[in-house]
Design a protein around this ligand. Structure first.
Ligand code: UDP
Length: 365
């Protein structure tokens, strides 16, 4: 495909998205593809996330291209979702005959898109390639590794990601280090959020006087003891803790009969602009989200990660993030003692990764 010298001309891009973090990434890349001119993008939404506050709000707020296809595949197990999406995507790709298939990150939709394309011999472009947690119990890790190995063009966000790919024999012309498209999103949308978001008033919180938390990673939500420890750790906060709760976590809390303490304020998941504004003004952030770890760094807010490892290792190395796992004491300590280093290098590029991706794709003609 691209790498073997058979350079197809790319004018028709088929993008597969399905989950919240992909909407944010696709928003900035689609915009860059549009700005780049004669590139025609078709968006497919697998339906992995389908609620208004997990999906629709992102399309409205971020002005994302309306999906031409909505596959309505959500709510099942990992295998079921991946299998059904693979089947449906094959039909879509057969109908659309794109020059390449663009996938983001590490969800079941990413893997389904990559598998469907690979079997039809359509070149795959993977944005956010090369991330590794080296924890194969994470469904996301399986999705990333397989997608990277199937891809013809890989856009890596960091030197660590490049190194991971190299160590798996994925190297050369097909690997491009462009920086992180989520930095583009923060650069573009924080200003919009500062003008439009009413979230601080709605929650009656003052800048710098609250902690922001998110929990949705399966290893935390599906283990009652870990979830209990996280809630207990957060309850040691001297500040209010705002916790926009992912639907999976909400479901598990009620299944496990866990009641958060009064210090923790559970709210529905918020739209991206409100999330950016909550992050920007938080005293600190505690999260098991990949994207939120980086957003904390982009906003200059200290972060504690509710996991044992992270794919974004450079944030830990630089002192911007610390790993606290699902451990009551470590979480309570992070809430008491947190700071943000004064020396802040541009770890994830310049905030124009999406433009670079569009130019590289545009050069295939
Ligand atoms: N996010 C959001 N509202 C929320 C929680 C998260 O808009 O209530 C955004 C967040 O700012 C980031 C993205 O969703 O851009 C991260 O998605 P998520 O944490 O679901 O996935 P991960 O990054 O772990 O793959």
């Amino acid at each position: 495909m691209f790498a073997s010298g058979l350079m197809p001309s790319i004018t028709r891009v088929l993008t597969v998205v399905g989950a919240r973090p992909q909407f944010v990434k696709a928003a900035v890349v689609s915009r860059a593809l549009r700005d780049h001119g004669d590139m025609n993008e078709v968006l497919v939404h697998t339906g992995q996330h389908f609620d208004n506050n997990m999906s629709d709000v992102f399309f409205h707020e971020l002005d994302i291209l309306a999906p031409k296809f909505n596959l309505g595949i959500g709510g099942g197990s990992h295998g079921e979702n991946t299998g059904r999406a693979l089947q449906a995507l094959e039909r879509v790709m057969d109908e659309e005959r794109p020059d390449c298939v663009l996938v983001y990150g590490d969800t079941d939709s990413t893997l389904a898109g990559a598998l469907a394309a690979a079997k039809m011999q359509i070149p795959i472009v993977h944005v956010e390639a090369g991330l590794r947690s080296f924890n194969r119990r994470m469904p996301e890790e399986i999705n990333r590794v397989l997608t990277d190995h199937l891809s013809s063009l890989l856009f890596a966000p960091s030197p660590a990601a490049l190194k991971n790919l190299d160590e798996e024999g994925i190297r050369g012309e097909k690997v491009k280090h462009v920086g992180d498209v989520m930095f583009d999103a923060v650069r573009i949308f924080t200003d919009v959020a500062s003008r439009r978001s009413q979230i601080l008033g709605a929650l009656d919180v003052s800048p710098g006087r609250y902690a922001l938390a998110t929990v949705h990673r399966k290893e935390n939500t599906d283990d009652p003891e870990k979830l209990r420890q996280i809630l207990e750790g957060l309850s040691h906060s001297a500040m209010r803790v705002i916790l926009p709760l992912h639907p999976r976590t909400r479901k598990r809390l009620s299944e496990f009969g866990l009641q958060p303490s009064a210090a923790i304020e559970i709210v529905e998941p918020v739209g991206y602009l409100d999330m950016l504004w909550l992050e920007r003004n938080a005293a600190m952030i505690l999260t098991d989200s990949g994207g939120v770890q980086k957003e904390a760094y982009f906003h200059g807010v200290p972060c504690a990660t509710l996991r044992e490892e992270t794919e974004w290792v450079e944030l830990v190395d630089g002192g911007f993030n610390r790993l606290v796992g699902a451990d009551v004491d470590a979480i309570a300590r992070a809430l008491r003692e947190h700071s943000f280093p004064t020396d802040v290098p541009n770890i994830y590029g310049s905030g124009y990764a999406a433009n670079e991706i569009a130019s590289i794709l545009g050069a295939f003609r």
